[in-house]
Design a protein around this ligand. Structure first.
Ligand code: NAD
Length: 327
């Protein structure tokens, strides 16, 4: 199978590239990434020289550059490429519309034109908005995004749906909860807190720290996408989540305890605008229909993640110094 993976130098995309090449020795992966601040070729050093992997720097919204890449007879595309940080979307929504909406539409057009057999949109639980104390998001929960980031992800999902309904493009959408694990850019909660704790810097926690997220180890997200790629029913949406709801402050305290650092490093800061209170996913459909099961529980996932960042300090330092962008 020849796969086009977009955003494959980012956090989840690079984990997916490693996961798939390990699991399927005969697969080819064409990896396209614009290498924004979030794209990091260091994440792909493990596949350097592997003839099954080829990398192209391009903008998914560029019809000409992407048109040339689509000439390569692709079987399926998995679209991870996106601007992904909520705080940046509050500062600069325009680039989110460009990459997340225009980029998705360009990929959908090219998938139709080149008769790609399957298009997978990697979406997020954030398209459902926020929950109160009770309940879980299901695939039929209303779309009610609250940040420019989640609004552009929701817009992209609706385009994917429309290309399926209007042009019969074969599609799936996955909506996953918060991921953590190796190669996550240290602006996101878990790597940021690990890094700050290691340097004895303050750990900034938004508001009262009681916002709840449902955490999933990145490899379990990759295995879910693998199943959707091979067994997903055309046109279906699949929620992905591990039933690991934790408050942000509980996550931060867990990291401090893993690293033997004091809780006095915690520093509460002004809350993010429009900060969603709670996300929690009902993943019964993918478990029941595709047989998906996460391999990591929260305790083992966090401890594996902390160990990874501890033994990959060079990876962190190259980001801190900016050297990772010089490639
Ligand atoms: P990330 O920011 O680490 O990676 C995104 C990658 O996309 C980067 O390598 C970046 O260079 C690339 N990119 C951005 N704009 C591009 C463009 N116009 N053309 C080509 N490449 C471009 O993000 P991530 O955390 O790996 O998330 C990947 C996908 O999964 C995103 O679509 C995100 O919405 C979704 N998602 C993320 C999470 C999470 O917890 N991180 C959870 C659910 C869904």
């Amino acid at each position: 199978m020849k796969l086009l993976v977009t955003g494959g130098a980012g956090f989840i995309g690079s984990n997916f590239v490693h996961y798939m090449l390990n699991r399927y020795p005969n697969y080819q992966i064409i990896n396209v990434d614009l290498l924004t601040y979030a794209g990091n070729m260091d994440n792909l050093s493990g596949v350097e020289g592997d003839a099954r992997h080829s990398f192209f720097k391009a903008d998914i919204a560029d019809p000409i550059a992407m048109g040339q890449i689509f000439e390569q007879e692709i079987d399926a595309i998995i679209n991870f490429a996106a601007e992904s940080h909520v705080d940046r979307s509050i500062e600069q929504p325009e680039i989110f519309i460009h990459s997340n909406i225009q980029g998705t539409q360009n990929l959908l057009n090219l998938s139709l034109k080149h008769k790609v057999k399957k298009y997978i949109q990697v979406s997020t639980d954030e398209v459902y908005g926020t929950l109160g104390d009770e309940g879980l998001f299901t695939e039929s929960s209303p779309i009610a995004p609250n940040s420019p980031y989640s609004a552009t992800k929701a817009g992209a999902d609706l385009l994917v749906r429309a290309y399926h309904e209007t042009y019969s493009l074969s599609v799936n959408i996955t909506r996953c909860s918060n991921n953590y694990g190796p190669f996550q850019f240290p602006e996101k909660l878990i790597p940021l807190m690990i890094q700050n704790a290691l340097s004895d810097n303050f750990l900034p926690v938004y508001g009262d720290g009681l916002n709840i997220r449902d955490w999933l180890y990145v490899e379990d997200h990759c295995s879910a996408i693998d199943l959707v790629l091979h067994k997903g029913v055309n046109g279906e949406i699949y929620n992905v989540g591990g039933n690991n709801e934790r408050t942000n402050i509980a996550v931060v305290k867990k990291i401090l305890s893993e690293l033997n650092k004091p809780e006095t490093l915690i520093n509460y800061v002004t809350d993010r605008l429009g900060h969603d209170r709670r996300y929690a996913i009902n993943a019964d459909k993918i478990r029941r229909e595709l047989g998906w099961k996460p391999m990591y529980d929260y305790e083992s996932g966090i401890s594996t993640t902390v160990k990874w960042y501890l033994s990959n300090q060079k990876w962190m330092q190259r980001i801190a110094s900016g050297a990772y962008r010089g490639q």
